[in-house]
Design a protein around this ligand. Structure first.
Ligand code: IPE
Ligand code: IPE
Ligand code: MG
Length: 246
C-alpha cells in the first residue's frame, strides 16, 4: 500500500521526454525522418490513452532549446512535421475536449508554425478535458531565467517588493503555472537525464526511465509506467506514513 491513506491514485499530470526516434530509425536502416514521423503518430495515440486513463494534464517534450544544434535539415524537418501534425490533429483533439498549449519560446519559429500554434490554442481554449502542453523550443533554464528577468523588471519599476518573492510568486510566472507539478515524468530511449526539461516543476516528480524507444511506446508501456507510479511512496521530505513512532 504505502500511500498513507491506502488510496491508489494515478498521476494527475504526466510529462514525457519523447526520446529515441533516431535510433529507432537507424535500427531499421531508415532515415531519422522516418523515426520522427512514427514518433508523431505515437504521440497522437498516447494523448488518447492518457485522456482515457484519467490523466488531467500531459506535457510532451517535442523540441528542446538545445535541439537547434542539430543539422539544419533535421531542424527544418522537425518543425515542418510539428506544423503538419498540429494542423492534422486539431479537429480530433478539439472533438475530444482537449485544451492545447504550447510552452517555450516562439521567437525563432517560422511564421506558419507560430500561426498554427496560436490557432490551436485559441480553438481549444474553452475545452475542459485533458490539458495538453507541448514543449517546443523549451528549456527549463530558459523558463526560469525569463521569469527572473520579469520579476527584476517589476522590482525595478516599483510594482514588486523583492522580499515578497517566494516560491509561489516565482512559480506563478513559469510556463506551466496553469498546471499542477508533474507527478510522473517519463523518459523513453534509455538515457537517465532531464535534458533541460521542467527543472523547476520536476522537483518532486517520480522519474521513470525506460529503454523503450519513443516510436515503440504504446498504451501498455504507458500503463506500466502509471502502475509503477501508483506503487511509489511520495514522502515530499516527510517520513513514511506510520513511521513517526520510531
Ligand atoms: C527525440 O528523438 C526527438 C527529438 C529530440 C526532437 P531523437 O531524435 O533525439 O532520437 P535519438 O535520441 O537520436 O535516437
Ligand atoms: C531531449 O532529447 C529533447 C526532446 C525529446 C525533445 P535529446 O535527444 O535532444 O536529448 P540529449 O541530447 O540526448 O540529452
Ligand atoms: Mg535523443
Amino acid at each position: 500500500m504505502g500511500r498513507g491513506d491506502g488510496q491508489i491514485s494515478g498521476p494527475r499530470h504526466v510529462a514525457i521526454i519523447m526520446d529515441g526516434n533516431g535510433r529507432w530509425a537507424r535500427a531499421r536502416g531508415l532515415p531519422r525522418a522516418a523515426g520522427h514521423r512514427r514518433g508523431a503518430r505515437v504521440a497522437h495515440e498516447i494523448v488518447e490513452v492518457a485522456s482515457k486513463a484519467g490523466v488531467e494534464a500531459l506535457t510532451l517534450y517535442a523540441f528542446s532549446s538545445e535541439n537547434w544544434r542539430r543539422p539544419a535539415h533535421e531542424v527544418r524537418l522537425l518543425l515542418n512535421l510539428l506544423r503538419r501534425t498540429i494542423k492534422k490533429e486539431l479537429a480530433a483533439l478539439h472533438a475530444n475536449n482537449v485544451r492545447m498549449d504550447f510552452v517555450g519560446s516562439r521567437s525563432r519559429f517560422p511564421e506558419g508554425l507560430i500561426q498554427e500554434m496560436q490557432r490551436s490554442e485559441a480553438h481549444t481554449a474553452a475545452n475542459d478535458g485533458l490539458r495538453l502542453n507541448i514543449a517546443v523550443d523549451y528549456g527549463g533554464r530558459w523558463d526560469v531565467v525569463r521569469q527572473a528577468r520579469e520579476l527584476a523588471r517589476q522590482a525595478r519599476s516599483g510594482t514588486l517588493d523583492p522580499d515578497g518573492i517566494d516560491e509561489s510568486v516565482f512559480g506563478a510566472g513559469l510556463s506551466l503555472a496553469h498546471c499542477s507539478a508533474p507527478d510522473l515524468l517519463i523518459r523513453t530511449g534509455g538515457e537517465s537525464r532531464l535534458s533541460n526539461f521542467l527543472l523547476w516543476e520536476a522537483a518532486y516528480s517520480e522519474l521513470y526511465f525506460t529503454d523503450v524507444l519513443w516510436p515503440d511506446f504504446h498504451a501498455d508501456t504507458l500503463h506500466a509506467a502509471i502502475d509503477w507510479f501508483t506503487r511509489r511512496e511520495r514522502r515530499f521530505g516527510n517520513v513514511a506514513a506510520g513511521a513517526s513512532h520510531a
